[in-house]
Ligand binder design. Sequence first.
Ligand code: DGL
Length: 262
Amino acid sequence: MIGIFDSGVGGMTVARAIEQCCPGYPLVYLGDLARMPYGPKSPAMITEYSHRNTEFLLRQGAQLIVIACNSAASTASSFLRSHYSQTIIDVIFPAVAKAAAISTTGRIGIIGTRATINSGAYEQRLQMARPDCEVHSQACPLLVPLVEEGWLNHRETKTIVKKYLHPLRDKQIDTLILGCTHYPLLKRVIAPRIGRRVHIIDSSVEVALHLKSILKADAELRTQLYDPDTPSRFFVSDMPSPVHGLAGTIFGRPVLLEQTDV
Ligand code: DGL
Protein backbone atom coordinates (compact mmCIF):
# COMPACT_ATOMS: atom_id res chain seq x y z
CA MET A 1 0.00 0.00 0.00
CA ILE A 2 1.00 3.61 -0.50
CA GLY A 3 1.03 5.37 2.89
CA ILE A 4 0.14 9.08 2.89
CA PHE A 5 0.00 11.45 5.82
CA ASP A 6 -0.88 15.03 6.56
CA SER A 7 -1.90 16.93 9.66
CA GLY A 8 -5.49 17.19 8.43
CA VAL A 9 -7.64 16.92 5.33
CA GLY A 10 -5.19 18.82 3.09
CA GLY A 11 -3.26 15.65 2.25
CA MET A 12 -6.47 14.20 0.85
CA THR A 13 -5.87 16.47 -2.15
CA VAL A 14 -2.66 14.45 -2.64
CA ALA A 15 -4.47 11.12 -2.07
CA ARG A 16 -7.10 12.11 -4.64
CA ALA A 17 -4.47 13.13 -7.20
CA ILE A 18 -2.58 9.83 -6.67
CA GLU A 19 -5.81 7.86 -6.99
CA GLN A 20 -6.45 9.51 -10.35
CA CYS A 21 -2.87 9.25 -11.60
CA CYS A 22 -2.06 5.75 -10.34
CA PRO A 23 -5.25 3.65 -10.37
CA GLY A 24 -4.99 0.16 -8.86
CA TYR A 25 -2.52 1.19 -6.15
CA PRO A 26 -4.29 1.02 -2.77
CA LEU A 27 -3.70 3.87 -0.35
CA VAL A 28 -3.62 4.10 3.40
CA TYR A 29 -4.18 7.68 4.51
CA LEU A 30 -3.69 9.28 7.90
CA GLY A 31 -4.92 12.77 8.74
CA ASP A 32 -3.58 13.70 12.18
CA LEU A 33 -6.52 15.93 13.01
CA ALA A 34 -6.01 15.51 16.75
CA ARG A 35 -2.70 17.38 16.60
CA MET A 36 -3.27 19.71 13.70
CA PRO A 37 -2.37 22.43 12.77
CA TYR A 38 1.31 21.58 12.34
CA GLY A 39 2.17 24.92 10.72
CA PRO A 40 2.59 26.94 13.95
CA LYS A 41 4.52 24.14 15.76
CA SER A 42 8.28 23.75 16.24
CA PRO A 43 10.37 21.57 13.86
CA ALA A 44 11.07 19.16 16.77
CA MET A 45 7.35 18.69 17.46
CA ILE A 46 6.47 18.26 13.78
CA THR A 47 9.28 15.69 13.44
CA GLU A 48 7.94 13.76 16.43
CA TYR A 49 4.40 13.71 14.96
CA SER A 50 5.71 12.74 11.52
CA HIS A 51 7.65 9.87 13.08
CA ARG A 52 4.50 8.56 14.81
CA ASN A 53 2.43 8.97 11.65
CA THR A 54 4.98 7.00 9.63
CA GLU A 55 5.07 4.22 12.24
CA PHE A 56 1.28 4.02 12.07
CA LEU A 57 1.23 3.79 8.27
CA LEU A 58 3.93 1.10 8.25
CA ARG A 59 1.89 -0.91 10.79
CA GLN A 60 -1.06 -0.70 8.36
CA GLY A 61 1.08 -2.24 5.63
CA ALA A 62 2.43 0.83 3.81
CA GLN A 63 5.51 0.02 1.73
CA LEU A 64 6.14 3.55 0.44
CA ILE A 65 5.46 6.81 2.26
CA VAL A 66 4.24 10.08 0.78
CA ILE A 67 4.67 13.07 3.09
CA ALA A 68 1.57 14.95 1.96
CA CYS A 69 2.23 17.87 4.27
CA ASN A 70 4.63 20.65 3.35
CA SER A 71 5.18 21.55 7.01
CA ALA A 72 6.32 17.98 7.72
CA ALA A 73 8.23 17.69 4.44
CA SER A 74 10.19 20.87 5.12
CA THR A 75 11.11 20.00 8.70
CA ALA A 76 11.04 16.20 9.09
CA SER A 77 11.86 14.61 5.71
CA SER A 78 15.63 14.26 6.41
CA PHE A 79 14.90 12.54 9.71
CA LEU A 80 12.36 10.16 8.14
CA ARG A 81 14.68 9.32 5.24
CA SER A 82 17.57 8.56 7.56
CA HIS A 83 15.38 6.49 9.87
CA TYR A 84 13.48 4.28 7.39
CA SER A 85 14.63 2.15 4.48
CA GLN A 86 11.30 2.50 2.63
CA THR A 87 11.03 4.94 -0.26
CA ILE A 88 9.82 8.29 1.07
CA ILE A 89 8.64 10.99 -1.27
CA ASP A 90 7.43 14.46 -0.40
CA VAL A 91 5.52 17.33 -1.89
CA ILE A 92 8.36 19.84 -2.17
CA PHE A 93 10.75 18.44 -4.79
CA PRO A 94 8.13 17.89 -7.56
CA ALA A 95 6.63 21.38 -7.09
CA VAL A 96 10.10 22.96 -7.19
CA ALA A 97 11.01 21.08 -10.38
CA LYS A 98 7.83 22.23 -12.09
CA ALA A 99 8.20 25.88 -10.97
CA ALA A 100 11.84 26.01 -12.08
CA ALA A 101 10.86 24.60 -15.47
CA ILE A 102 7.89 26.79 -16.28
CA SER A 103 8.73 30.21 -14.83
CA THR A 104 9.74 32.61 -17.60
CA THR A 105 10.94 35.53 -15.50
CA GLY A 106 12.36 33.43 -12.63
CA ARG A 107 10.25 35.41 -10.12
CA ILE A 108 8.60 32.65 -8.13
CA GLY A 109 6.25 33.02 -5.15
CA ILE A 110 5.59 30.47 -2.42
CA ILE A 111 2.76 30.46 0.06
CA GLY A 112 2.69 28.05 2.97
CA THR A 113 2.41 27.64 6.71
CA ARG A 114 4.84 29.36 9.09
CA ALA A 115 6.77 26.09 9.58
CA THR A 116 7.24 25.67 5.82
CA ILE A 117 8.20 29.27 5.11
CA ASN A 118 10.49 29.57 8.16
CA SER A 119 12.33 26.36 7.18
CA GLY A 120 13.55 27.97 3.92
CA ALA A 121 13.22 24.52 2.27
CA TYR A 122 11.55 25.81 -0.89
CA GLU A 123 14.02 28.69 -1.32
CA GLN A 124 17.01 26.36 -0.95
CA ARG A 125 15.71 23.81 -3.42
CA LEU A 126 14.61 26.46 -5.91
CA GLN A 127 18.04 28.12 -5.80
CA MET A 128 19.59 24.72 -6.50
CA ALA A 129 17.19 23.92 -9.34
CA ARG A 130 17.39 27.38 -10.90
CA PRO A 131 20.18 29.64 -9.58
CA ASP A 132 18.88 32.74 -11.44
CA CYS A 133 15.49 32.68 -9.70
CA GLU A 134 14.18 35.30 -7.32
CA VAL A 135 12.03 33.70 -4.64
CA HIS A 136 9.37 35.52 -2.64
CA SER A 137 7.71 33.73 0.27
CA GLN A 138 4.64 34.46 2.27
CA ALA A 139 3.40 32.60 5.35
CA CYS A 140 -0.40 32.38 5.44
CA PRO A 141 -1.18 30.98 8.92
CA LEU A 142 -4.93 31.68 8.82
CA LEU A 143 -5.66 29.63 5.70
CA VAL A 144 -5.40 26.11 7.16
CA PRO A 145 -7.98 26.76 9.92
CA LEU A 146 -10.32 28.34 7.35
CA VAL A 147 -10.06 25.26 5.11
CA GLU A 148 -10.53 22.84 8.01
CA GLU A 149 -13.67 24.84 8.94
CA GLY A 150 -14.92 24.41 5.37
CA TRP A 151 -14.81 28.19 4.72
CA LEU A 152 -13.71 27.69 1.13
CA ASN A 153 -15.66 30.47 -0.53
CA HIS A 154 -16.60 32.87 2.26
CA ARG A 155 -16.18 36.64 1.92
CA GLU A 156 -13.82 36.68 4.92
CA THR A 157 -11.62 34.00 3.30
CA LYS A 158 -11.38 36.05 0.10
CA THR A 159 -10.37 39.16 2.09
CA ILE A 160 -7.65 37.27 3.98
CA VAL A 161 -6.31 35.62 0.81
CA LYS A 162 -6.15 39.02 -0.91
CA LYS A 163 -4.21 40.49 2.02
CA TYR A 164 -1.68 37.61 2.04
CA LEU A 165 -1.17 37.75 -1.74
CA HIS A 166 -0.72 41.51 -1.93
CA PRO A 167 3.10 41.52 -1.35
CA LEU A 168 3.57 38.77 -3.97
CA ARG A 169 1.54 40.75 -6.53
CA ASP A 170 3.83 43.72 -5.92
CA LYS A 171 6.86 41.53 -6.69
CA GLN A 172 5.34 40.61 -10.06
CA ILE A 173 5.86 36.89 -9.71
CA ASP A 174 4.91 34.80 -12.75
CA THR A 175 4.63 31.48 -10.86
CA LEU A 176 3.06 30.71 -7.50
CA ILE A 177 3.64 27.46 -5.61
CA LEU A 178 0.81 26.38 -3.33
CA GLY A 179 3.22 25.15 -0.64
CA CYS A 180 0.53 23.66 1.59
CA THR A 181 -1.69 20.74 0.69
CA HIS A 182 -4.72 22.57 2.08
CA TYR A 183 -4.43 25.37 -0.46
CA PRO A 184 -5.63 23.53 -3.59
CA LEU A 185 -9.05 23.76 -1.95
CA LEU A 186 -8.72 27.56 -2.18
CA LYS A 187 -7.41 27.63 -5.74
CA ARG A 188 -10.52 29.32 -7.08
CA VAL A 189 -10.15 32.07 -4.49
CA ILE A 190 -6.38 32.40 -4.97
CA ALA A 191 -6.22 32.46 -8.81
CA PRO A 192 -8.11 35.72 -9.47
CA ARG A 193 -6.39 37.46 -6.55
CA ILE A 194 -2.82 36.70 -7.62
CA GLY A 195 -3.64 37.50 -11.25
CA ARG A 196 -4.82 35.23 -14.02
CA ARG A 197 -1.46 35.27 -15.80
CA VAL A 198 0.42 33.73 -12.87
CA HIS A 199 1.01 29.97 -13.18
CA ILE A 200 -0.28 28.21 -10.09
CA ILE A 201 1.54 25.05 -9.07
CA ASP A 202 -0.47 22.60 -7.07
CA SER A 203 1.97 20.41 -5.12
CA SER A 204 -0.64 17.63 -4.85
CA VAL A 205 -0.82 17.18 -8.62
CA GLU A 206 2.97 17.40 -9.01
CA VAL A 207 3.68 14.78 -6.33
CA ALA A 208 1.17 12.39 -7.95
CA LEU A 209 2.90 12.80 -11.34
CA HIS A 210 6.27 12.28 -9.65
CA LEU A 211 5.05 9.07 -8.01
CA LYS A 212 3.71 7.88 -11.37
CA SER A 213 7.15 8.36 -12.93
CA ILE A 214 8.83 6.51 -10.04
CA LEU A 215 6.45 3.58 -10.51
CA LYS A 216 7.00 3.59 -14.27
CA ALA A 217 10.74 3.31 -13.77
CA ASP A 218 10.70 0.64 -11.05
CA ALA A 219 9.08 -2.69 -11.97
CA GLU A 220 9.82 -4.23 -8.56
CA LEU A 221 8.08 -1.39 -6.72
CA ARG A 222 5.13 -1.63 -9.13
CA THR A 223 4.73 -5.34 -8.41
CA GLN A 224 5.00 -4.70 -4.68
CA LEU A 225 2.38 -1.93 -4.62
CA TYR A 226 -0.10 -2.76 -7.40
CA ASP A 227 -3.11 -4.49 -5.90
CA PRO A 228 -6.42 -3.41 -7.43
CA ASP A 229 -8.43 -5.76 -5.18
CA THR A 230 -7.38 -4.13 -1.92
CA PRO A 231 -9.49 -1.08 -1.02
CA SER A 232 -7.90 2.15 0.17
CA ARG A 233 -8.36 3.13 3.82
CA PHE A 234 -8.65 6.58 5.31
CA PHE A 235 -7.80 7.15 8.96
CA VAL A 236 -8.09 10.27 11.09
CA SER A 237 -6.87 10.76 14.65
CA ASP A 238 -9.93 12.88 15.46
CA MET A 239 -13.28 13.33 13.77
CA PRO A 240 -14.41 16.98 13.99
CA SER A 241 -17.77 17.51 12.26
CA PRO A 242 -16.65 19.38 9.08
CA VAL A 243 -14.25 16.55 8.11
CA HIS A 244 -16.87 14.36 6.39
CA GLY A 245 -18.09 17.19 4.16
CA LEU A 246 -14.53 18.20 3.25
CA ALA A 247 -13.49 14.63 2.45
CA GLY A 248 -16.58 14.32 0.23
CA THR A 249 -15.74 17.62 -1.52
CA ILE A 250 -12.17 16.50 -2.18
CA PHE A 251 -12.97 13.00 -3.45
CA GLY A 252 -16.30 13.83 -5.10
CA ARG A 253 -17.88 10.88 -3.28
CA PRO A 254 -18.58 9.85 0.33
CA VAL A 255 -15.44 8.52 2.00
CA LEU A 256 -15.45 6.11 4.94
CA LEU A 257 -13.24 7.66 7.65
CA GLU A 258 -11.90 5.43 10.43
CA GLN A 259 -10.84 6.98 13.73
CA THR A 260 -7.59 5.82 15.28
CA ASP A 261 -5.00 6.73 17.90
CA VAL A 262 -1.51 7.53 16.65
N1 DGL B 1 -1.33 20.66 5.00
C1 DGL B 1 -0.17 20.99 5.73
C2 DGL B 1 0.93 21.49 4.82
O1 DGL B 1 0.98 21.14 3.68
C3 DGL B 1 -0.27 21.95 6.88
C4 DGL B 1 -1.42 22.04 7.73
C5 DGL B 1 -1.12 22.43 9.15
O2 DGL B 1 -0.67 23.55 9.43
O3 DGL B 1 -1.39 21.57 9.96
O4 DGL B 1 1.79 22.21 5.27
